[in-house]
Design a protein around this ligand. Sequence first.
Ligand code: ZN
Length: 407
Amino acid sequence: MRSWSAPDIAPLPGTGGPLRVHDTATGRIRETAPGPRAGMYVCGITPYDAAHLGHAFTYLTFDLVNRVWRDAGHEVDYVQNTTDIDDPLLERAQATGVDWRDLAHREIDVFRGDMAALRVIPPTSYVGVVESVDLISALAERIRAAGAAYDLDGDLYFSAAEAPKFGEVGGLEHEEMLTLFGERGGDPGRAGKRGPLDWLLWRAERPGEPAWDSPLGRGRPGWHIECSAIALDRLGPGFDLNGGGSDLVFPHHEMGAAETRCVTGGPGAHHHVHVGMVGLDGEKMSKSRGNLVFVSKLREEGVEPAVIRTAMLAHHYRSPWEWTGAELPVARARVERWRAATARGSAPDATPLLSAVRAALAEDLDSPAALAAIDAWAEAALTEGGTDTGAPALARATLDTLLGVRL
Ligand code: ZN
């Protein structure tokens, strides 16, 4: 599937250091160790609605990973899916009288526009589920052949009891897993399942629902297996980083890791990275709560994408935070101050600034520390001046290349 247009990226002098980032599976900040080509998979949207700020915060976080790796000299193979067939999409299409394909295409287009406006580096592979049905059903078939799946009235389920390291990603207790599974699209209470945490790999055709032919019969893929199949196909059995919002730790990434382990012996990714939720009015921003702030809406209102991006980067990716009316004016003032500082003919040497931003991002993507370093440099430039005529351009390039904020 077509990705979105890539921002041009200014070269920076020197190279950055290795990225250390928090890994959910071990609970520690660990160094990533990609080869010449780093591999990253990030779960994409289900396109029944536009991207809200919670989504944008997730994709900005992995955009920082992408930028830090590139700055350290790696090529980055970045794969993102889009769940262009699933229950919520069909339900919304039905409720609004729109064809599910038209709804998906429309919302994917809005998403592409949002990501391009925010200067998010596009995936090298942007992959839809509909175009991947064959490779997804092939993985389900391999899992069945391995003896880890069973049939229930024509549907195929993964038996959690057959997953030798189940719990390796989230480290959650059984009761907690049960609760989350029920809250996040699972069916712990379905009669006939061998275990309540068993999950759907392939859903047999239902009347009035789209379905595809496969060795498993006509039907469509379950949610978790789409990502494990696409990641395995595009990145291979062991890649550097798997990412998404913290609401994907369980069940989505736990079950994906179990599927991958079933056929490869490993969990897929070396690092599991999760992003904190963005709230509004004391609640997690989510479609079911209806308290969404859309990136596209802010853009329509004339909010500059660099300001949206700066507002988000003011928060550390692992901290849940609240979007309030104060976010935008603070970010706007910041961007204006940076513009004023970099518009001068000369300023204090920006080489230490570049080093400080590199160091902050390399240590668990500490974007608030990176922004604080830029604030300090801008403050010095505006109050004390400086004699380095190359400094304003270097400061602008640092912001653009490492943080994606073009002044
Ligand atoms: Zn996923």
